[in-house]
Design a protein around this ligand. Structure first.
Ligand code: CA
Length: 342
């Protein structure tokens, strides 16, 4: 299948013009974990900074505590963005890692959130970003995130929405925690369970996308897709299927948004020196879904690209995504303004 995909990608890249007129094209910008290029990810200050940058969406990744509370952090593991290993050294599992579902809400709230670091070396993942510091940044609850966005919408008169990812529903189910239902219930409580609210629920797990509708989710729903799969065991095969026409037609019955990794749209060549534009985005649209993608980082370019400007041109002028995640949402907002797309 990959070979076929590649051949059609090559053909398409020849057929597509590199420039396009903007017109009424107005792609959405989602702040990935907040303005995470500038402040530690998934902290309320990083979210407020993203809001002030003029984004359309602020992202929340949701995990669950042992006592069933919803918190906002990227990993089910706690040790890459907090001081948990120092604070609770005897609470690691056999694999040496610390899991949110083994800690109560109060314990999780007592942790200090830092810039993301490598657990083996202790070095920051992105060396140019916010330094390690003693500032007592906390893990926000999902409720606090909603309150901050809605509070800012009131005080500024703007209408920014939320883009909520349920992390690893199968893992939490195994811990006896129904994270999907709890997240939908919380979003419903805060008025997000409708298309009009613009709020988006996003999930890597196909079964959970289907179940979200069964649980009564009425709003925008994004199927996240990767080359590698993510989470539970059959995901790699499932995510390959999600890129076939049959898979696209099927998931379009539930999802309104198809959201592949950017490297599935601009596919790096084997030597990673160039890329070809695949037809995946067009096929997803043909199946009736909007096209979103992730994640653009100025300090870590997608394979095959030489400048961030080139990445932005391909995303917004060639592929014309309907929405894009970035750690540096201010650069995207400025680019879209400069190019009459905002
Ligand atoms: Ca996410």
């Amino acid at each position: 299948m990959l070979k076929k995909l590649f051949a059609s990608a090559l053909l398409l890249s020849l057929a597509l013009p590199l420039t396009a007129s903007a017109g009424d094209y107005r792609p959405g910008v989602a702040a990935h974990r907040g303005a995470s290029g500038y402040l530690p990810e998934h902290t309320l200050p990083a979210k407020a900074m993203a809001y002030a940058m003029g984004v359309d969406y602020i992202e929340q990744d949701v995990v669950m505590s042992k006592d069933g509370k919803l918190l906002v952090m990227h990993d089910t593991l706690l040790d890459t963005t907090t001081d948990v290993a120092k604070r609770f050294p005897d609470r690691a599992r056999k694999d040496g890692r610390f899991y949110s579902s083994d800690f109560t809400y109060d314990e999780l709230r007592s942790l200090r959130v830092t810039e993301r670091f490598d657990v083996k070396t202790g070095k920051p993942v992105f060396s140019g970003r916010f330094p390690d510091s003693p500032i007592a940044y906390q893990i926000p609850s999902l409720e606090e995130e909603f309150l901050q966005v809605q509070g800012l919408n009131k005080s500024t008169g703007r209408n920014v929405s939320v883009y909520v990812e349920v992390k690893e529903p199968v893992f939490f189910q195994e811990q006896g925690l129904d994270i999907l239902k709890a997240t939908i219930d919380m979003m419903t409580k805060y008025g997000y369970n409708s298309m009009e609210s613009k709020a988006i629920l996003q999930i890597f797990d196909y079964e959970a996308v289907v179940r979200a509708r069964e649980l009564g989710w009425k709003g925008e729903l994004a199927m996240l897709v990767t080359a590698s799969g993510q989470g539970h065991i059959d995901d790699k095969a499932r995510h390959a299927w999600l890129q076939t026409d049959e898979g696209l037609r099927d998931v379009a019955k539930y999802a309104t948004i198809y959201a592949p990794n950017f490297n599935l749209l601009a596919v790096p060549t084997e030597d990673a020196k160039a890329y070809t534009i695949s037809d995946l985005g067009d096929r997803a649209r043909k199946a009736g879904m909007k096209l979103h993608s992730w994640t653009l980082r100025e300090d870590s370019l997608p394979k095959g690209f030489r400048t961030f400007g080139e990445v932005l041109d391909v995303a917004f002028k060639t592929i014309k995504v309907d929405g894009m995640f970035s750690d540096f949402p201010d650069i995207l907002v400025k680019y879209l303004k400069d190019n009459d797309m905002r």
